[in-house]
Write a protein that binds this ligand. Sequence first.
Ligand SMILES: *[C@@H]1O[C@H](CO)[C@@H](O)[C@H](O)[C@H]1NC(C)=O
Ligand SMILES: *[C@@H]1O[C@H](CO)[C@@H](O)[C@H](O)[C@H]1NC(C)=O
Ligand SMILES: *[C@@H]1O[C@H](CO)[C@@H](O)[C@H](O)[C@H]1NC(C)=O
Ligand SMILES: *[C@@H]1O[C@H](CO)[C@@H](O)[C@H](O)[C@H]1NC(C)=O
Length: 365
Amino acid sequence: MPLELRALLFGFVTLLAVLLIIDDIAEVEEETAKAAALVDPTTLIQQKTDTDHRPPSYNASARPSPHTWTFNKTLSTLIRKNILRFLDPERDISILKGTLKPGDIIHYVFDRHSTTNISENLYRLLPTISPMKNQHHRRCAIVGNSGILLNSSCGPEIDSHDFVIRCNLAPVEEFSRDVGRRTNLVTMNPSVVQRAFQDLVSEEWRQRFLQRLRSLSGSVLWIPAFMAKGGEERVEWALRLILRHTVDVRTAFPSLRLLHAVRGYWLTNNVHIKRPTTGLLMYTMATRFCEEIHLYGFWPFPLDPQGKPVKYHYYDALKYEYTSSSSPHTMPLEFRTLSALHRHGALRLHTGTCDPQTDPERQVS
Ligand SMILES: *[C@@H]1O[C@H](CO)[C@@H](O)[C@H](O)[C@H]1NC(C)=O
Ligand SMILES: *[C@@H]1O[C@H](CO)[C@@H](O)[C@H](O)[C@H]1NC(C)=O
Ligand SMILES: *[C@@H]1O[C@H](CO)[C@@H](O)[C@H](O)[C@H]1NC(C)=O
Ligand SMILES: *[C@@H]1O[C@H](CO)[C@@H](O)[C@H](O)[C@H]1NC(C)=O
């Protein structure tokens, strides 16, 4: 081949490649812009400022309407795609064994200057593959812990979902009529060991804790061990019990990038959350594994729509200042965002009572 022809050919191929790349970029950007505009919860929320802390409980009209909800598959698919740009929940749901070894130093996500070591026990309990690998479910329930669930009779409806996510090892047995029993994934902040199980000080508390873990039989136990310093001993105690008694749970420890990625997704959509709550984290991740997502027990207000007091947790007497500026969370803003997504059919927020007789599959409301 003559040199000039070869040069020309090379030039042509290069040009073609460049054009294709440019085209590709343009397409991605256009798609991103389009998706962002469609999903942007600010447009959905009509830009109420976050200084507006009035709970919708003072005005029943602000309550998500229970009667007109239909699932918007297009929107939910779009949200899933957008979230995947920031994180891959299948991967970020847990650190895997291959990526760390015992003795490795970890910087806490929120306390960057403090470190902890990967203990032998933690290493042994790291999963080798993602506990959510290849999992796809049609209907998922995420159960928050608000007292709004009390007397809701939502237990059977919640349990009818294909996959049920719960938060902070909340008790279910004694509340099953209202919250159900089924658990496929449950989170456990290290502080739970202290708050709900008295730091396992006595044999009695250790037994109670063990019993709760055993009741999970095979579910994923998701432990955010590396978020904030101070919990390492509690995590260690819990892991030691799990190993010593060969408790049948699948432990998972969120990746160090998960929180920033989730926050990044919402910030990009103009939802200025300080630190996502476990509930919002779970929703963000569940978009990857679930077709339809139903939220129960999300109600960050001290009064219900009728003006009756609502406990912060359905199972204890903890008090909480929802709108305190010292709180790391921005719950009313999260709730407004979720309400907006509910109105557009991306998810379903259940805040009322359930009819225990109704087959939820056929429920129109
Ligand atoms: C409460 O609802 C009524 C209509 O039901 C509406 O006129 C009013 O503006 C609402 N108030 C607030 C504070 O949202
Ligand atoms: C579903 O959501 C998409 C994207 O936001 C929107 O264009 C469409 O109108 C919605 N469909 C229904 C039936 O609400
Ligand atoms: C943890 O790491 C620190 C710093 O390297 C080290 O001094 C300490 O001995 C380690 N502790 C354990 C239990 O491995
Ligand atoms: C639930 O119902 C019982 C019995 O009617 C009642 O005593 C209790 O106060 C109710 N609790 C809440 C939180 O509404």
